[in-house]
Design a protein around this ligand. Structure first.
Ligand SMILES: [Zn+2]
Length: 601
């Protein structure tokens, strides 16, 4: 599906580059042309990041290094920690600045501490990679290996302060509002109020700190680290962020580690595809605006909207009838369902790009300008009420999401195509496809994370203690089911990291199946396959994948979704409707024993 979208995107970008018809075309066309101009990228060398590297080199002591953070963070170069602006969990009409963990150079926290051979090898390869990129950024060959090893040691101390991936899913744990005085007291040596002022968030009276222990502990980690190591860490952070826009030897080194080693990718993608992906990240809505004008028919939106309605009715029936939910919680859950907004296709109003500088001269400068422009847009949101018409994914993307603080599901045009969705196909195909995705997103409003937010998107407990306990017990059983699965080589699924998605996969399949059975009752078999069977086949088709072991291993540590085959086998093993559809015995190997089956929705 993504490849099919890519063909469309490529055509419209080529057209925009060759014959721009308006300013939006000019923007997209220049971004595309600059990304493809390898000669200019080669000739430019590290010039586009030279001012940043110079500033880093000039930071003599630890305080000077820390003083650079607002400058780097304003350009999306997140080091030590990062920030974002999101909906306030206490007041969903307002936006709030979050100070969060910044990504580390290795994919997940555990890789820094894992004593196994594979992780040790990866760390050794990482040190070589950091040394190579430091060399490309001007560090002498004599210093680079030592500094790279010190960067790993520094990141390991940072990682020790990081929350685990599954801990970051806990809304209570990450909800830590600090006013300016509390922020100053949390990490006196960091002068965080000063940081906010320098960032351009001087008007923020309070912020949320995702992980207070990180900020509180940061000073000691910094104090125990040589300034030269801190400078090397920042230099590497800058190079890593824009490696794809720098000369071939830097880009190739980045691919050798992050592409081949971490993701197991054998060959680099074609340049045009990489540039299309980058434009999707930097100018996503501009690209989407052109995409939907080309590809999104009104019928698709109408049919998808009818499916959403049918599935919401199944969720309502489920809320009213599941035996584990008590009478006090039911009406509140229904109120949340009633308040849930649905967005299908694309935004009604498109983003304004005026002020963003994109030209054909420097691809790296374009990318940094786009990052700054986006972060300026986010900072500006602090002064305004929450915009409920905003989209968090560009409409051409093959994905969908539930937003817990806005209490909305969003189904972009990019996912409304075969095999997920086919306006010319029957209900079994569409309910087994996009129907299960829509239902999955709806249930996210009620998973272990989503259920913590009320109908207005506020982090507030609206469950009776008994119902919360019964829900948690069901969820724990799902944790157990998935932890028993092996991803590869003795690596098990992380049942807590994937819990929300596993609840949504099970609930999504359950609700879409019921909606389909109700709507398609009496539909004929096709080629001897019944509608119920075709529903499950359509669903399994979505998750076919060919994935290499390295990527599988990486994903097991960071992806909140289970491996794809388990997104099929895990849920169906609990579903009586699946057993009946295929006429299986109770003891069929694909089914869990009846007493172990889990039904949440
Ligand atoms: Zn999900």
């Amino acid at each position: 599906m993504s490849r099919r979208n890519e063909v469309v995107l490529r055509e419209l970008l080529e057209h925009a580059a060759a014959e721009p018809e308006d300013e939006l075309d000019r923007l997209l066309g220049d971004a595309f042309a600059a990304g493809l101009d390898l000669d200019a990228i080669e000739a430019g060398g590290t010039e586009p990041i030279a001012p940043l590297l110079l500033a880093i080199d000039g930071a003599a002591g630890r305080d000077e290094v820390l003083a650079l953070l607002p400058v780097l963070h304003r350009s999306g170069l997140f080091a030590f920690f990062g920030w974002d602006v999101t909906v306030d969990h206490d007041d969903s009409e307002r936006n709030l600045l979050w100070l969060s963990q910044a990504p580390l150079g290795l994919p997940d926290r555990e890789t820094y501490f894992d004593e196994g051979r594979a992780a040790a090898d990866l760390r050794a390869a990482y040190v070589e990679h950091v040394a190579a990129q430091l060399g490309h950024a001007g560090t002498s060959a004599a210093d680079a290996p030592r500094l790279a090893a010190a960067v790993l040691a520094f990141e390991t101390r940072l990682a020790a302060l990081h929350l685990r991936a599954e801990e970051r899913r806990d809304p209570d744990r990450t909800h830590n509002r600090h006013d300016r005085a509390e922020l100053a007291a949390l990490a006196p040596a960091l002068d965080l109020p000063g940081y906010l002022d320098a960032l351009g968030a001087g008007a923020a009276e309070s912020v949320n700190v995702e992980n207070p222990a990180l900020l509180a502990g940061l000073h000691d980690v910094v104090a125990a680290t040589e300034p030269s190591t801190l400078r090397a860490y920042l230099t590497f952070t800058v190079v890593r962020a824009v490696a794809d826009a720098l000369p071939a030897h830097i880009d190739a080194e980045d691919f050798a580690f992050y592409g081949r080693r971490i993701r197991g990718q054998q060959e680099q993608h074609e340049r045009a595809k990489r540039v299309i992906d980058a434009i999707g990240a930097d100018l996503g809505e501009a690209l989407a605006q052109r995409y939907v004008a080309r590809t999104f028919p009104a019928e698709a939106k109408e049919r998808a909207a009818r499916m959403v309605e049918a599935i919401i009715e199944e969720m309502r029936a489920s809320i009213r009838t599941r035996p584990w939910m008590g009478e006090d919680t039911r009406p509140r859950a229904e109120a949340k369902l009633d308040a849930m907004r649905v967005k299908i296709g694309h935004p009604d109003r498109w983003r304004d790009w005026s002020g963003l500088e994109i030209g054909r001269g420097s691809y790296a400068a374009n990318r940094l300008n786009a990052a700054r422009f986006e972060l300026d847009r986010r900072l500006a949101k602090l002064a305004r009420p929450v915009d409920r018409d905003e989209w968090e994914l560009p409409a051409h993307i093959v994905n969908a999401y539930y937003h817990p603080t806005l209490n909305e599901i969003v189904v972009p045009a990019g996912i409304l195509q075969p095999p997920m969705f086919d306006a010319g196909a029957d209900d079994a195909v569409n309910f087994g496809g996009i129907g299960t995705v829509i239902a999955h997103e709806i249930t996210h409003g009620f998973d272990d994370q989503g259920r913590r937010f009320d109908a207005d998107g506020h982090l507030r407990d609206w469950w009776t203690p008994e119902d919360a306990a019964r829900f948690t017990e069901l969820a724990e059983r799902l944790v157990e089911q998935f932890e028993a699965y092996v991803v590869l080589d003795g690596v098990h699924v992380n049942g807590r990291l994937t819990l929300g998605e596993n609840i949504a996969d099970l609930g999504g399949l359950t609700l879409a199946q019921r909606a389909h059975a109700r709507i398609a009752a009496g539909a004929p078999a096709v080629d001897g396959v019944t509608p119920a069977q075709r529903f499950f086949l359509a669903n399994a088709t979505l998750w076919r994948v060919n994935i290499n072991p390295a990527l599988q291993r990486t994903l097991a540590g960071i992806d909140p979704h289970s491996p794809r085959r388990l997104r099929v086998l895990g849920p169906v093993s609990n579903l009586e409707s699946f057993r009946v559809a295929f006429g299986l015995g109770d003891d069929a190997p694909i089914m869990r024993p009846r007493e172990q089956r889990i039904e949440i929705w």
